[in-house]
Every structure is written in C-alpha cells, then in structure tokens.
Design a protein around this ligand. Structure first.
Ligand code: RIB
Ligand code: CA
Length: 307
C-alpha cells in the first residue's frame, strides 16, 4: 500500500504521545515531519518530549521547533493535566537531538509539501499557531494539502471555559485562520473523547502490549483530565483514529468560527450545524464514535508496534 505523507503539529502532552505513536506506526501513513509547538507545557518541554519519544520508539522522523507562544493572547498551560514536564508517569531516555531541523516550522512544513509528489495530510493536536503561520506564509501550498485532522473545539461545554476547548482557546486567532483556510478539515471535538474514554480493562490490554504499550499505559495512567467518566479521555488519540480509520466516526458538516472578540467567551468554538450564520460548512465535525471500536483500534495499533 502506498503510504500517504503526513505532518504532525503537536504539544506533547500525554495524549499527544498516544496520537504520535499510533500515527508513526500506522501502515497507511509516512510521517515526514513533526513540529513541536508551545501548548500543554512550554516549547522547550514539548520539543524535548518529542525528541525523547523518538529516542524511545527508535524512530527518526525530522523534528522542527515551532512557535514559542500564541499569536496574540497571553500563554496558557495544562501542566496540571500532563505534569510539569508534560510527560508524567514514565522515565524517557534522553532526547535525540540529531533529529532536530534548524529553521522555523513554517519553512520546514513548506519544504515537505512543496517537495512532495502527492498531496500531504496534516494532523493538528495542539494549538493552531504553527499551521496558521504556515498558511499565511505559504498560501500557494494550500491546494497540495490533502486534509487537516484537528483535535479541538467543543460542540457543547469546554474544558478551558464554559464553551472553550484548550487547543482552540490557546490561540483563538490562529484557530480562526485555520478554520477559514478553505482546506478539507476533519474535527475531533472534546465530545469524542467523552464518548470513547479508555477504560481500565483497555488500559490493561495496552500495558500487556510490549515495551511501547507499557510506556503508554504508564503515561495514560497519569493523565489527570478532570472528567468524571469511567476512564481516561485521550483526546488527541481520537484525532489519530480519525486520520487512520475515519470510518469509525460519524461526521456532520458545520460552519465553525472562533470567538476572538468577546471577553467572556474568548476562544469558544462556535460549531453551527443549523446554518444560523448563513455560511457554507467549512468543517466535517466528528459527532459520534463507537467506544469499543475505537478501543479495539487503539489496542491493535499498539500491539502491532514492535519497536
Ligand atoms: O483539550 C484537549 C487538548 O488540549 C489536547 O490536545 C491536549 O493535549 C491539550 O493540548
Ligand atoms: Ca495536544
């Protein structure tokens, strides 16, 4: 099978590690670049965590350092969820600095897309800062983007304000630039994590799935996601599942816009399924996923890794 080229923008982050790992070993995709950005923890940590993960996995995908902070708003962090380092629960080996590309993320992304014979897929599992900067710097690349799968937004209640989800709220202006880019966007909102929470028995199956499963078990067991569900809500892994196996999900078209103006709802993702704004849908929103099917995919993806 011809592997499709993929670029990941990420802020590892425990759930980012689950998503990156499943994407790196997905037979359908060839990860050409990982852009670490500010997000759950500061950039120096997310970059280090990305390089440490590749040392552990023995992978050699080039890594580039992304934005150090949001475009306009003040920086936020989620170290209470992911730990101070961003990767609580496992003692990773030292970072493989040989993988670090010099230069800025937008140029490194452009280099991959411009040099690719086929269209390139993007997966955004942190704030939108780097893809927004890339779209603004290289608009001529947009026709060569196959799709952008985003973990972000909330159809209903948020996790960083009544209606704001962390990734979108982290850089609302960047998120608005991405949502209005005109490319094909698949969205994995918080609700999919609420539906497909990872239960203790599934965590145990992951633990029994080799050294990588053991590592993922330990970090996922340290994910303090403050939800009341009966398991761990591994949001970014839903985006990876959506990328690799979209047939696991039901989608609904929506016009998505980000509140970048109001003081109280700043960063809220407004997901309009009912044409209130009288605008063409710009996003396919994942509205349903079967928890058992997702769990089966997650466990089998990890089991098939023998790194
Ligand atoms: O709201 C969940 C998102 O914020 C996930 O991407 C998690 O890693 C954090 O970045
Ligand atoms: Ca993330």
């Amino acid at each position: 099978m011809l592997k499709k080229p993929l670029i990941i923008s990420t802020d590892p982050g425990i759930d980012d590690v689950v998503a990156i790992t499943t994407a790196l070993f997905a037979p359908e995709f060839n990860v050409k670049l990982i852009a670490a950005t500010w997000g759950n923890v500061p950039l120096k940590n997310t970059l280090d965590n990305t390089l440490k993960l590749e040392t552990f996995l023995k992978t050699t995908v080039p890594v580039v350092s992304g934005a150090v902070r949001p475009l306009l708003r003040d920086q936020i962090d989620a170290s209470d969820v992911h730990g101070k380092s961003g990767l609580a629960g496992f003692d990773f080996p030292s970072p493989n600095h040989n993988l670090l590309k010099t230069g800025i993320a937008a140029e490194a992304i452009h280099e991959v897309v411009a040099g690719s014979a086929e269209k390139v897929s993007l997966m955004q599992i942190g704030p939108a800062t780097d893809f927004a900067l890339y779209f603004r710097q290289f608009p001529e690349d947009l026709p060569k983007i196959e799709q952008l799968v985003i973990m972000g937004g909330a159809i209903g209640r948020g996790n960083w304000g009544p209606y704001a989800e962390y990734n979108v709220a982290g850089d609302p202006e960047a998120a608005q630039i991405v949502f209005s880019s005109g490319i094909k966007i698949l969205l994995a909102p918080l609700e999919l994590g609420h539906q497909a929470y990872v239960t203790p028995d599934v965590l145990d199956q992951i633990k029994q799935s080799g050294r990588t499963g053991d590592m993922l078990y330990h970090i996922m067991s340290n994910l303090h996601d403050h939800t009341e569900s009966n398991g761990r809500e591994v949001y970014d892994a839903l985006a990876a599942g959506m990328l690799v196996k979209p047939e696991m999900f039901a989608f609904k078209p929506a016009y998505v816009i980000v509140d970048t103006k109001s003081p109280s709802a700043y960063g809220a993702s407004l997901i309009d399924f009912n044409n209130f704004f009288n605008k063409q849908a710009n996003v396919q929103v994942g509205v349903k996923v079967d928890r058992d099917q997702f769990s089966e995919w997650l466990v089998s993806s990890i089991r098939n890794i023998n790194s």
